[in-house]
Design a protein around this ligand. Structure first.
Ligand SMILES: [Zn+2]
Length: 428
């Protein structure tokens, strides 16, 4: 391939990605607005008109910001590549007297820092404008800034050693460096799985054991019924930052934990909490978590092989903005290939998003069926409706937008499916 034809392919993929993003967002806005004043019949008895309108306005506000962010991101990507950003950072870190590995880590750190700085105003706007306006925000500027500093510290503590290791392997592990890098990457993922619940999450939130009571009793019975051993049931102070509610599983093997947001516990009846947990247990029992880990392992091996191939191709560098005279010097610096690859990859894979979304939605249906079997389908419907309301999630998404992005089935489809699983006469 020639450098110029790769540039054309990159520009086509970038334009297509941006156009599809904007088109889907515009569709979602139009669809949600068209249904703003009519709660779907299946929900009319439980979701009042004001909540339905609030969800519509919230969805539109988030989509609009997302559209602006898509345009800015496309501009940043062009600035890094064709407008010479990486070429500049390559030159700036090329000076003598600095170890090759350090130069490349500096290059990657600069790319990450610039990307983070561009995302910052959007994050601020989302929290202090959109979440605030709809009454969800409970964080203060001080907490937000502290989170930012902690996030940066965690990113440096984990990212810098990983970058050193991968770059070192790229430089010195021979033609099959990508296999070694894959092993390192898998080990890193495993490390995060162990560190997240025990070290990282507690930096941001307080976790306390789930207090005794009706909810705890039901949960313990459910775990026993499903043959599950979790080493802990925890409540997280999610309300410190946001009114949104959630529950999740973390850890693996014997170190599994179940974490409930305090906002969720405050809102759901014990029977509904049990149903939500049964759904989460379904993901584990049906091996969704393992399947996902295997998929991501296969995918990352394929991507590393692709990177290894591209890193040896001069057109890859020249096609993404490295001046012809610098290409051979850039090829001696694995950090350049890594930075260009991580930046350019998403525009070539964006159109595959519907495949992974559909796969994820299938798992959601299976986990719902598991919950209907081991707890109450009616209680899960009741819990879901409260969660949709508390998160101001739209009940009327655009079907194409939903098929493209949504990891969970649209509310109406999901509730109808659960309704058909509920025992006759029971549930809702
Ligand atoms: Zn799920």
């Amino acid at each position: 391939m020639s450098a110029s034809s790769f540039t054309v392919a990159f520009l086509v993929a970038l334009s297509l990605t941006l156009a599809v993003r904007l088109w889907l967002a515009a569709r979602q806005i139009a669809h949600v607005r068209a249904h703003r004043d009519a709660t779907p019949a299946a929900f009319a008895s439980r979701v009042d008109a004001a909540s339905h309108r609030k969800a519509a306005d919230y969805t539109v506000a988030k989509q609009r910001l997302g559209m602006l962010e898509s345009v800015v991101d496309a501009g940043v990507l062009l600035a890094f590549t064709l407008w010479g950003g990486i070429a500049f950072l390559f030159q700036a870190t090329e000076g003598p007297g600095v170890a090759p590995l350090v130069r490349d880590v500096l290059l990657l750190a600069a790319v990450a820092l610039i990307g983070g700085l561009v995302a910052l105003p959007f994050s601020w706007w989302r929290t202090f404008r959109i979440e605030e306006r709809f009454g969800f925000n409970r964080t203060t500027l001080a907490t937000w800034l502290a989170d930012l500093a902690k996030g940066l510290a965690v990113g440096v503590a984990l990212g810098v050693p990983l970058a050193f290791l991968v770059l070192w392997l790229m430089m010195s592990a021979g033609a099959y460096w990508w296999v070694a890098a894959w092993v390192a990457w898998m080990a890193f993922q495993l490390l995060i799985l162990v560190l997240y619940p025990t070290v990282i999450a507690p930096l941001f939130n307080r976790f306390s054991p789930l207090p005794a009571g009706a909810a705890r009793e039901r949960i313990e019975r459910l775990l026993e019924r499903c043959g599950f051993r979790a080493s802990g049931l925890f409540v997280m102070d999610g309300s410190r930052r946001s009114g949104h509610g959630n529950a999740y599983f973390t850890g693996f093997g014997r170190a599994k934990r179940v974490v409930f947001f305090d906002t969720l516990l405050a809102r759901l009846a014990p029977e509904e909490i049990e149903a939500v947990l049964a759904h989460e247990l379904g993901h584990f029992r049906l091996r969704h978590v393992v399947k996902r880990v295997i998929w991501s392992a296969v995918l990352s091996l394929a991507l590393l092989a692709l990177l290894a191939w591209l890193a040896r191709a001069p057109w890859f560098y020249a096609g993404l903005g490295i001046p012809a005279a610098d290409v051979s010097a850039a090829m001696a610096r694995p950090g350049v290939a890594l930075a260009l690859f991580m930046l350019a990859l998403p525009v070539f894979t964006f159109m595959l998003a519907p495949i992974s979304s559909a796969y994820s939605r299938r798992h959601e249906f299976e986990a719902d069926a598991f919950a209907a079997e081991h707890a109450s389908a009616g209680a899960l419907v009741a819990a879901l409706i409260k969660l949709y309301e508390d998160n101001a999630a739209t009940l009327t998404p655009d079907p194409i937008h939903s098929a493209f992005y949504d990891s969970h089935p649209p509310a109406a489809v999901r509730v109808a499916r659960l309704g058909s699983l509920a025992p006759a006469g029971g549930g809702g």
